[in-house]
Every structure is written in structure tokens, then in C-alpha cells.
Design a binder for this molecule. Structure first.
Ligand code: ZN
Length: 167
């Protein structure tokens, strides 16, 4: 288990566009494993490589629209190929600890990506899963949820309502 340092919002690395993964090699697999440990340590439901200082198009997300039956998925070189509908909900971010904000996101997205074996996949995600995937995808573009949120406010300590988990 190896934990990596999570960059905070004023770090300029978080504002850069991440680059494609040329080859899924040992370094990328170690990165994915470390990101998993780091995300769980921070009790988040998603983490993107630039948040740990690696400007590669890689993110992980705990999906399932239900915390108790969530599945951890790894996304390499993702592309959002469809988006429809709209939803609005609260988001937090491991790079912006202690705050939440309300963000508008698509209700459903279709994403193309590679898994750690390099196999290309296309999947649809809805509801909060779509929120998490869009939030992580934004990190690869150097965008933080605070750029889109209308009402950033302090998270109430000890109250972790659904949708206020750091992603
Ligand atoms: Zn985030």
C-alpha cells in the first residue's frame, strides 16, 4: 500500500491538461493501485491522476449509485462520447477539502475508455455515477468543480449527506 500526496486547489498542476497514456506499463498499474489506496484513505469516491501530480489521462471511481454496493472502476484515456439531460447536486473534492458546492451535470453520459488490460470499453452511467465520472473527467482537463459551482460553502462537519462525498 502506498499513499500519494493529494494536491490542493491552488496547485498549478491541477490546472493543466493531462496527456494520453502511450502505454499501459508497470508505472501506470502502480499509479492505479496507489490511487486506489489514496482515494480510500481520503474516503473519497473518485480520484484523478493529476490530483496526485501525474498529468496522465487516468482516473478511478467508486460507482454503483450506492455506496454499499459500489464497484471501483479504472478509466484510462476516457472520452465522453454522449451526454444528455441535466441534474443538479452537491459535490466535494479531495483537492478542495472542507467545502461543497452545487453543480449542474448531465443526467446520463456514455464514456469510452480503456481498462488496465488495454481493452476498450463503452459504458453508460446515470445519476450520481454520471456526476462522479464527469467530475473526474474534468480533472483531466484542468477543471475543478469550483469553476462550475454556484454556491461553494463549508461542509458541515460530521454531516455527510448523500452527494456530499468528496470526489
Ligand atoms: Zn475532485
Amino acid at each position: 500500500m502506498a499513499l500519494r500526496n493529494i494536491l490542493k486547489e491552488d496547485d498549478p498542476t491541477l490546472r493543466k491538461r493531462s496527456r494520453e497514456v502511450p502505454e499501459i506499463n508497470e508505472r501506470i498499474l502502480i499509479l492505479l493501485d496507489d490511487m486506489k489506496d489514496t482515494m480510500r484513505e481520503g474516503a473519497g469516491v473518485g480520484l484523478a491522476a493529476p490530483q496526485v501530480g501525474v498529468l496522465r489521462r487516468v482516473f478511478i471511481a467508486s460507482l454503483g449509485n450506492d455506496q454499499e454496493e459500489s464497484e471501483l472502476k479504472e478509466f484510462i484515456d476516457p472520452e465522453i462520447i454522449e451526454a444528455e439531460g441535466e441534474q443538479e447536486g452537491d459535490e466535494g473534492c479531495l483537492s478542495v477539502p472542507g467545502y461543497v458546492g452545487t453543480v449542474k451535470r448531465p443526467e446520463r453520459i456514455r464514456i469510452k475508455y480503456k481498462d488496465r488490460q488495454g481493452d476498450e470499453k463503452v459504458e453508460d452511467f446515470t445519476d450520481f455515477d454520471a456526476v462522479i465520472v464527469c467530475h473526474e473527467f474534468d480533472h483531466l482537463e484542468g477543471v475543478l468543480y469550483t469553476d462550475k459551482a454556484e454556491d461553494i460553502r463549508e461542509a458541515v462537519a460530521g454531516v455527510q449527506d448523500e452527494g456530499e462525498t468528496d470526489i
